[in-house]
Ligand binder design. Sequence first.
Ligand code: SF4
Length: 425
Amino acid sequence: MKFYIETYGCQMNVSDSELVRSVLAAAGWEEASAPDEADLLLFNTCSVRQHAEDRVLGRISNEKRRKLERPGLKIGVLGCMAQRMGKRLLEEDTGIDFVAGVDQYRDLPRLLASESGISNELDPLQIYPGLQPRHQDKSCAFVTVMRGCDNFCSYCIVPYVRGRERSLPADDIYNEVRRCGEEGRKDVTLLGQNVNSYRYGDTGFPQLLSRLDGIDSIYRLRFITSHPKDLSDGLIDVMAGGKRICRHIHLPLQSGDDTVLRAMNRNYTYEHYRGLVEKLRKAMPDIAITTDIIAGFPGETDTMFDNTVAAMRDIGFDYSFCFKYSPREGTVAASLPDQVPEEIRLKRLQKIVELQREITLEKFKAQIGTEIEVYVEGWSRKSNRQVSGKTSDYKIAVLSGGEKDMGTLKRARVVRATAGTLICE
Ligand code: SF4
C-alpha cells in the first residue's frame, strides 16, 4: 500500500510530514512518487491564513474524483486545519475520510484501519519521543527543538492549534543533528515557533545552540523563529562566537508602530527591536536580518502604516516576508473594531513588497566583487552547468559546478546580483 503526502505552510509542517512518513513506514506503507499511484492521499495543512485553507480545500475537491478510478482510496487531512476544524471537515461532501491533528500522528495506523474518521488520541504535550523523522532533502534538514507556542499574538491561530510550548530533550536533539550530518545533511535548521523560549531541564536555547555548534559532522547551523521579546544577550554572544552558526537571524517585526504592536500583543516596542538590531550588528557586522511584516492589522491608520515603512527603511532588512492581515476565527484580532478594508490592506502590502524588493536588490548588489562561501544544495534552475546553494547569510547563489560539488562548501566571487540571487564564478 502506498501513500502520497502534500505539505502546505511553514517548515514545521515540512518537519511534521517527515514524522508522518516515519510512522507510516513503520506500519508497512511505502511512499508513492505521484498522487495517482497512491492508496492514501494525505494533505498536511496550514491555517495561518484563510487563503491557505481555501487552497487545500480546492486541491482536495480536485483529488476526490480519483476515488471513482481507485476504489478504496482514502483521503486524510493532517496539520493545523485538521486540528482547528476537526469533525467539521467530515460533515460535508468533501471526500475527506479522516482527520488527524498535529499531536495525533502516532495514531494514524489505527485510524487507517478503523472507520471512525477522527482520532480520539489527544496528547496536548506530544513531542513524538523516539520517532526519527525521514528527512526528504539530501543536503539540508529541519530538526524540531520545540512544539507549540505560549505567546498568543492577537492575530495568530498557532497557540490554539499547536498547543502550549514544550521542548524536546537536548540529548535527542544533539543525536538527531549529528545523525543529519553523518547522513550528508550538512546544513541543519533548528525549528520552533519561538526557539528563544526553549528549555529542557537546565538547558536554555543559548546552551543548546552552543552544544550543537560543536558537532563536526555538520557545516552549518541555523534556527527559526526568534521572538524579539525573548532574544537574549547570551544568545547573541553564542551566535557571534559560533563556528557553525550562520550569520542570519529571522526576527519578525510585524509592525513598526507601537500602538499596533500593543494591539498585536507582541510585548515589545519598536525601540526595543531597534536596540536588538544594533546589538546583533555590533556583534556580527556581516549578519543578515530577515523579518515578517503584516500590513493592514485592525486599527492600523495611514500614519501607523507609515511607521512600518519608515522602520523597514531604517533597518534595511535583507528580506521581509510581507503579508496582508488575514482574520482568523477564534483569535482576538478577528473581533477587534476598525478592521481595515481589503483594498487598503492590499495597497499597503504592495507598497511594502516593492520597498523590500528595492532594499533587497541593494543588499545583493553590495556583495558584487566580494568572495562568499556557498553550500551547494542542487542544480541551478536555469542551466545544467551551474549549481545553486545558500550563503551563511541565507542568500541564494548560483555558480558553475557539477555533481561532485553537491553537499560541499565552495568559495566563489559574486559577479552579478538580482533581488533574489547572487551570480558567482
Ligand atoms: S509567537 Fe506569536 S505569531 Fe509566532 S506562533 Fe506564537 S502566537 Fe503565533
